[in-house]
Write a protein that binds this ligand. Sequence first.
Ligand SMILES: C[S@@+](CC[C@H](N)C(=O)[O-])C[C@H]1O[C@@H](n2cnc3c(N)ncnc32)[C@H](O)[C@@H]1O
Length: 276
Amino acid sequence: MRQELLLTMGAIIIIYQMFMLGRTIGSSLLLLKQEGYYDLGAVEKALLLFKRGDDDQKLGNLRKDVQKWNNILPKPKGWEEFKFGEIRAYFGCHEYAGDRTKPLLTLKDWEYLRSKYIEIVDKHAVFDDPVPPTDGYSFDENGPPPYYASHGVRGRGLFASRDIKKGEIIHDGERSDIEFSGGETWRKFIFSLPRNRACDVIDWSWTQKKSGDGKNRLLSAMDISILLNGDKDNNINVMPMSSISNQFYALRDIKMGEELLTDYDVYETVWADVGL
Ligand SMILES: C[S@@+](CC[C@H](N)C(=O)[O-])C[C@H]1O[C@@H](n2cnc3c(N)ncnc32)[C@H](O)[C@@H]1O
């Protein structure tokens, strides 16, 4: 009788422990999903799941760990008012920008960036282009634009995937650029990202008018088209049709494998116009 009672109690304890473990794993998995488990390896994820409990404080620790492992910096005091230069300095992007060995973004990286854009910037944004961001976007009926992303002397950049004729349109930002309603949303987005991605988007943002007398817009892109490097004079081989256009054409014949280079000064970047 006593033995049966002990067995029953043992079984109840085991079931209870399994229930608690299930809850812990469930809530931790949910939190990992919310926080973006992005860069975490399987071992880190497993460690996070099993080292933590399920009360608020422990979940708070889990959140900190995920942010640390994801390299998401804590928001500094007064971040809501930070200007462009202050944000760039806070993330230490100068050093990152100078690294010409930065890896190309994987499909998972682009998907993470896009999911954060939907979460923070525009809940109705849809990224359903059949062309993957690692190839660009649907440029025309043949698929992606005539370039691919790779590394060159300027670091990550775009290279002609075939011979291109002078005058050909090679990129249409109307099909791939994304817009931020203003500096406030952009700031929230940047501060939600891991450091490297934050520095990427800081480097990948610009302001531009879309009509002659229009206001300056805050733009970026979330596919390889954003890797177009800038240069000067004779090196420039692609240009926008005008300072208010997002369509780029070839200034001269370009050979397959040549890096595509534009003149960044075509668009006047005025961060103050967009609240930065
Ligand atoms: C739109 S991004 C171009 C893609 C960039 N190379 C990357 O890896 O993310 C603009 C940034 O690229 C870098 N860049 C652009 N043109 C460059 C050049 N000619 N030489 C070195 N870096 C360049 C600068 O850091 C610039 O802020």
